[in-house]
Design a protein around this ligand. Structure first.
Ligand code: DHE
Length: 501
């Protein structure tokens, strides 16, 4: 190569290099302006998930371009078509597939630095400081300003309202006796709150970007499922001291986010589904696990990933799906393998699945985040016996042993202000409520006896509306700031078939 060509080549490389730096910096500016509020300026996640190559292994770049262009159903991810050019969208996608200059870590040491015990258990009162029935209290999460209201489930009077960490997600989980409740936030904080003395007991940051948490049936442990880092974190439930950080990776070394972790009390284990490896993990905490201090992990290999799941009432069967328009799976946890597939297209929200007896047979029902229908499935034949058409895709479905009705919201679309009431005996919608026209109505939870149903109006100027569960008439309206979920102590700790647990 002559001297002139060499110089030309160097100049071209330099220009290309400068161009890439300029592109990266303009992509960063775009990211800060359009994405950082939900995903964090550092891309480690806030209300939206962390956007790093290690968390995007299931999403091809072309699909990511689609998501940014058209939004993602069932999430808060809006469409950017019309607001950003194709070129800008592509540069944002390139950015999120670029590794950070460092690997985000969150180990025991970092956790310990955030750990606070506000009051030792020995100094807590021996009986409640209020007159509410401790079994019929509710926690109401108010997402709008990151607070929680503790509600008396007989009088529907608030007992206190406390600040929470940013963006609680997943159901807060009670200790088996119902005295304590554990909150998990999307940014990794776990807090323990005393329902008797109405105060926080302890807190710790157990992850950077967290999914949910579970409390063991013996009340001794809390398990935290993380998106970032790729870990499950076992905490001592008494004061939230970290016991073990479990890396989530397969034998070949591939890591995974955790889709969710639940307690399976009858099995004395935690069960976690993984998002990037087609496996379910069962972690024993009973005699086998805890006494030996080993918490052995049993891995069950699947045909597909699980994004969402729940159990039958015996906790022998796990019912899950990848939410990718393929079939759902039934996994027999005793036999350690899938035993049936389910005709569940779209994005079934099985975490909100419920079960009941229909004409002498157990059935499950689940809303769908992508389709306006409720699938009702026979749990003996695993055939879909009915698709109940609704006015739009729904998020949450709820019932109670003492009511003939199941309530389901219409979370997405023009009818998001509606809630359908389905008769569990006929599988027909018998009433559609529209409590506040124009405002999203969603998430129902019953009181202890199933006599009242509490419904959220998801708005900064929102409310929890209490209905008579028999007449379907409103009995009380409590102003709240974008209340999301409501959680009744008795229904959760007795693992009512009508609610999530
Ligand atoms: Fe949730 C529970 C997954 C978006 C509000 N959500 C759960 C659980 C899972 C899950 C696995 C069960 C955990 C538990 O209870 O311990 N949620 C997902 C998603 O994959 C999805 C679609 C995307 C995401 O951003 O993670 C999603 N969820 C949302 C929201 O946008 C909602 C409506 C508002 C918010 O808080 O971010 C939302 N999810 C909830 C609520 C529960 C929940 C209120 C608890 C329901 C219950 O009654 O138990």
């Amino acid at each position: 190569m002559c001297r002139f060509s060499r110089i030309l080549k160097l100049v071209l490389i330099l220009l290309w290099g400068l161009g890439s730096v300029a592109n990266a910096s303009s992509a960063m500016t775009l990211f800060k302006k359009n994405c950082a509020e939900c995903h964090g300026e550092d891309r480690l996640g806030r209300m939206g998930p962390a956007l790093l190559p290690q968390n995007l292994s299931r999403l091809k770049k072309a699909q990511a371009v689609e998501v940014v262009t058209h939004g993602r159903p069932s999430t808060q991810m809006p469409p950017f078509a019309g607001r950003l050019s194709e070129q800008q969208i592509r540069s944002l996608v390139d950015l999120v597939y670029t590794p950070l200059p460092y690997t985000p870590t969150w180990g025991k040491e970092q956790m310990a630095a955030t750990h606070k015990v506000f009051i030792p258990l020995s100094r807590l009162p021996s009986k409640p400081v209020h007159h509410a029935d401790p079994m019929n209290m509710f926690v109401v999460v108010e997402l709008g300003d990151h607070h929680a209201t503790i509600l008396d489930g007989d009088t529907f009077e608030p007992l206190t309202r406390v600040k929470t960490h940013f963006a609680l997600h997943g159901g807060p989980k009670y200790s088996p006796d119902g005295r304590f409740v554990y909150f998990g936030s999307r940014d990794g904080w776990v807090s323990k709150f005393d329902m008797w003395s109405l105060q926080y007991v302890a807190e710790i940051r157990a992850g950077i970007n967290t999914r949910n948490l579970a409390v063991s049936g013996d009340g001794r442990y809390v398990m935290v499922a993380n998106y970032l880092p790729h870990t499950l974190v076992l905490l001592d439930a008494s004061d939230l001291t970290p016991i073990r950080v479990i890396p989530v990776r397969e034998d070949g070394g591939k890591e995974s986010r955790v889709s969710a972790v639940y307690d399976a009390s009858p099995r004395h284990s935690f069960v976690a589904a993984l998002k990037d490896i087609p496996e379910v993990w069962e972690i024993a905490y009973g005699k086998q696990g805890a006494q030996a201090g080993s918490f052995p992990i049993r891995r069950i290999r699947l045909d597909d990933y699980l994004d969402d799941f729940f159990f039958d009432q015996s906790y022998r069967l796990l019912i899950g799906a990848a939410r990718d328009d393929k079939q759902g799976q039934v996994i027999d946890l005793d036999r350690g393998r899938p035993v049936a597939s389910l005709d569940l297209g779209g994005m079934p929200h099985l975490g909100s699945g419920i079960t009941w007896n229909y004409r002498g047979r157990p059935v499950l029902a689940t809303p769908n985040l992508a389709k306006g229908e409720i699938s009702v499935i026979d749990m003996q034949t695993w055939q879909t016996i009915k698709r109940i058409k609704t006015d739009g895709p729904g998020f949450f479905m709820r019932s109670h042993e003492n009511t003939p009705y199941a309530w389901v919201d219409v979370f997405f679309g023009p009818h998001r202000d509606e809630v359908h009431v389905i008769d569990k005996r006929t599988l027909e919608i018998v009433k559609t409520l529209r409590p506040v026209p124009g405002k999203t109505a969603a998430h129902v939870e019953f009181d202890k006896d199933g006599r009242h149903a509490l419904l959220s109006i998801w708005d900064m100027d929102g409310a929890v509306i209490v209905y008579d569960a028999r007449t379907l008439k409103e009995v009380k309206r409590l102003p709240m700031v974008k209340p999301s979920g409501k959680y009744n102590v008795h229904n959760k700790i007795t693992r009512s078939a009508g609610t999530s647990h």
